[in-house]
Design a protein around this ligand. Structure first.
Ligand code: UT7
Length: 325
């Protein structure tokens, strides 16, 4: 059976220049390097400069992904940008990226699924490609979470960082088998009853402000491993493969303890887990593509490898994607 597959043609990433260590945060907040490392695995994070926007990070990551794919903006017919920290309430940050990349056709829109945004964006772009409505999609996760943190709240301020990652998905013909290259399956979920456990206490309609991140960390942690493991098991079952077939597990980088717990629960050895949480902290929708870019660029993820992505975030939202590289 001939099918259309969304094959990863290129990957790119961008991090703001400024690195903020745990020690620097401990000088401003009642926290310590030891607490942050032990509870989360985070050592440092990148933070944007004054005036540096989500679109700036997204454009730099996109340019790197286009270069890697040997494509130009004129080849792209769809931009899907996952972010919870857009430049402005509207228009979509994706349209700013479109303009600055010099793309004068097609469509660009944002997706809001917080930390799961990149998985949602991959699922969306994959469906446009499979439906025959796009040939080359730029799929971006970009965030400036530092702008919505309450820097006086030690329970959230130490956890997040800024950054962007992007992939190009291109339409290729496949056989419909799990040996095909490309996105093999995606699963996305949400359950709005959990709003109060992770949200931002502001917004244009409710408060006319931007607001700050509020999180019941322990409760989110409790749900994370269950939800993520379920999404992973569904992905593997759908394509009739087993967890042993997964070459690389690229999880959302929220907390090393969640990465370890999930890998253990689903039976993936730690040597196959890509972890960037120590250097990037939680960059929300950017975390998975940033980790992907690192593992591709350092040669760990290779052509034909089976790569498992997952994420979980505010909403709650969560999901998984299985991609043969
Ligand atoms: O990406 C979206 C999804 N988000 C997540 O997946 C985050 C999930 N949650 C977590 O990663 C963890 O729950 C946290 C890292 C947020 C917290 O770790 P925890 O082991 O659940 O700690 P806790 O919230 O139970 O706090 C333990 C103690 C508390 O003090 P008491 O009540 O035991 O005296 C906190 O007040 O640690 C205290 N604490 C801190 N101490 C030093 C909380 N934040 C800090 C801090 N520095 N930054």
């Amino acid at each position: 059976m001939r099918v259309t597959r969304s094959v990863v043609a290129g990957v790119g990433a961008f991090l703001p220049e400024r690195v903020v260590t745990n020690a620097e945060l401990a000088r401003r907040l009642d926290t310590s390097d030891e607490w942050i490392r032990e509870r989360t695995g985070i050592r440092e994070r990148h933070i944007v400069a004054e005036g540096e926007c989500t679109s700036d990070l997204a454009i730099a990551a996109s340019q790197a992904a286009l270069k890697d794919a040997h494509l130009h903006a004129k080849d792209i017919d769809l931009i899907v940008l996952a972010t919870a920290t857009p430049d402005e309430t509207f228009p979509a940050t994706a349209t700013t990226v479109q303009a600055k990349l010099g793309m004068r056709h097609g469509a660009a829109f944002d997706i809001q699924a917080v930390c799961s945004g990149f998985i949602y964006a991959v699922a969306t772009a994959d469906n446009f490609i499979k439906a025959g409505q796009a040939k080359h999609c730029l799929v971006i996760g970009a965030e400036t979470f530092s702008r919505i943190l309450d820097w006086k709240d030690r329970t959230t301020a130490v956890l997040f960082g800024d950054g962007a990652g992007a992939i190009v998905l291109s339409a290729h013909e496949g056989t419909g088998k799990s040996s095909d290259r490309g996105v093999l399956t995606t699963h996305i979920f949400s359950d709005g009853r959990y709003h109060d456990l992770l949200y931002v206490d502001g917004g244009p309609s409710k408060t006319k402000t931007t607001g700050h991140v509020r999180m019941e960390g322990k409760e989110v942690f409790r749900h994370a491993i269950n939800n993520i493991s379920d999404a992973i098991e569904k992905a593997i079952k759908t394509v009739d493969l087993s967890v042993e077939d997964v070459d690389w597990f690229v999880p959302h980088q929220a907390n090393q303890r969640i990465l370890d717990g999930t890998a253990k629960r689903v039976g993936i050895s730690s040597s196959r887990v890509i972890s960037t949480v120590a250097k990037h902290a939680n960059t929300s929708a950017a975390s998975v593509p940033l980790a992907l870019a690192e593992a591709v660029n350092d040669g760990r993820i290779k052509r034909n490898n089976l790569v498992l992505l997952e994420a979980m975030g505010g909403g709650f939202t969560w999901g998984s994607a299985l991609i043969r590289w």
